[in-house]
Design a protein around this ligand. Structure first.
Ligand code: GLY
Ligand code: MN
Length: 433
């Protein structure tokens, strides 16, 4: 049955109000959200790509301070957060999308929170053909295998050193029991869908970026000699939460002085000193969508001539690389533009990482990097130079949407030029006083 978006939205809210744990940001009228019907449309799009056979996606993600959080593929296809859930898709079955939920357990729910009953209104609200318990999985598989023996693996590919994905473990058991059953690598289909962001998704990333920019301002207000990096980190996280962003997109990098030259510095133990440069690589998450912003700021409000020289080279590399972003070019091409600027100034050996990655539900989002850029992709552009002996590390990172005509810098409102960042920190401190 088709139900209008608004009604569906209400049904979802009713379902969630009845005790469902959903790790998404609560929305007020002017905050971006993903329309609940979107998830059903994504499942349909994936099923259309598969053409035949079945695909299973486990929800297993990570434990957070507020409970389990499903993995990004499962979230992308369901918008539903419950530990132990399984998505069963069948391109040829009578039931095309079935959500399997773990059995309810009053003892566990007493401690961890209530979980929903399976009702018609929940099934309708989430747009599934059926919702069942996971104890039905075997029967669901046998039913499917009677008429169609293709099993699609739609998750990310992992190398032999990584753990075997749960779906492939299950598929191996099925192929051992069902003659003729085969496993097909269909990883690219979900990857292709996730690589292109809809307007709703772009709005979510924009919101995550806005929260991040404000969070950096709140952090900079405290960036003085004597402050600790972990204190700044705490201010950033508090600001994100105050603005309604429950999660960090990734562990923030807050590195001052020599620590600005450590690419993925996580310790945050140092005390800031006069003259330090401060490298921030941070991002909030809005309803699962990530921002990823790097800014480098002089804590005294003025770059030294040595810091300024490096800053301007990185900025030139970034601006030229951003200008190169357009449909048809690859991430490798964008990297070569940034690299050639830094090479010209003789600092190529001090730029040790790539320039770009895709951004979305994951900070390093799923993508096929060999594919040329297309409208709707969001990538970062983040060159850097790291001089340990001089205690100068500079990285400047923005989040860039590929459009039909070229690009839009989604983080253009966050101060970026040398003069802008100098004024930014001075102003942030003034407002805090
Ligand atoms: N923001 C961290 C990274 O891109 O690796
Ligand atoms: Mn990044």
């Amino acid at each position: 049955m088709t139900i209008p978006g608004f009604l569906r939205c209400c049904l979802v809210l009713v379902a969630f109000a009845s005790g469902l744990t959903l790790l998404a940001t609560p929305a007020s009228a002017d905050e971006p959200t993903i329309d609940p019907g979107t998830y059903e449309a994504r499942r349909d799009a994936l099923l259309d790509s598969l053409g035949e056979g079945a695909a299973i996606v486990y929800s297993d993600g990570s434990e957070t301070e507020i409970g389990h959080r499903v993995n990004s593929d499962f979230w992308y296809l369901t918008g539903f957060n419950e530990p132990g859930a399984i998505l069963f898709l069948s391109a040829t079955g009578r039931e095309r999308d079935v959500l399997l939920l773990a059995a309810r357990n009053p003892d566990v729910e007493r401690w961890e929170g209530l979980r929903p009953e399976i009702t018609d209104s929940l099934t309708e609200a989430l747009g599934f053909d059926r919702i069942r318990r996971t104890s039905y999985l075997d029967r669901q598989i046998v039913k499917q295998m009677k008429h169609d023996q293709v099993l699609h693996y739609v998750g990310p590919l992992v190398g032999p050193g990584g753990p075997l994905p749960k779906e492939l473990e299950l598929y191996r058991k099925i192929t051992a029991r069902v003659p003729g059953a085969s496993i097909q690598n269909s990883s690219r289909f979900l990857e292709n869908l996730r690589m292109i962001k809809s307007d709703d998704e772009i709005a979510m990333v924009r919101q995550a970026i806005e929260v991040t920019g404000r969070g950096i301002t709140d952090l900079l207000a405290l960036a003085k000699p004597g402050a600790t990096e972990f204190e700044l980190d705490g201010a950033l996280e508090a600001s994100f939460k105050r603005q309604g962003a429950q999660f960090l997109a990734f562990g923030p990098i807050v590195g001052s002085g020599v620590q600005s030259t450590v690419l993925h510095y996580r310790a945050k133990q140092k005390t800031l000193q006069q003259g330090d440069i401060l490298l921030l690589d941070v991002g909030a998450e809005w309803g699962h969508y990530c921002a990823d912003i790097s800014r480098t700021v002089p804590i005294d409000g003025k770059f030294t001539p040595e810091q300024a020289e490096i800053y301007d080279i990185v900025l030139e590399a970034q601006e030229k690389a951003i200008a190169a972003v357009r449909p048809g070019v690859t991430i490798h091409d964008v990297h070569q533009v940034a690299r050639s600027v830094i090479r010209e100034y003789g600092y190529e050996d001090y730029f040790m990482h790539g320039t770009s990655h895709h951004l979305g539900l994951d900070v390093h989002d799923v993508a096929d990097y060999s594919q040329p850029l297309r409208p709707g992709m969001i990538i970062t552009v983040e060159p850097g130079i790291y001089l340990e002996d001089e205690e100068i590390g500079v990285r400047i990172e923005d989040d860039i949407l590929v459009t039909r005509d070229g690009r839009v810098n989604l983080s253009a409102d966050i101060p970026r030029t040398r003069a802008e960042v100098e004024a930014w920190i001075v102003e942030a401190k003034k407002q805090a006083d």
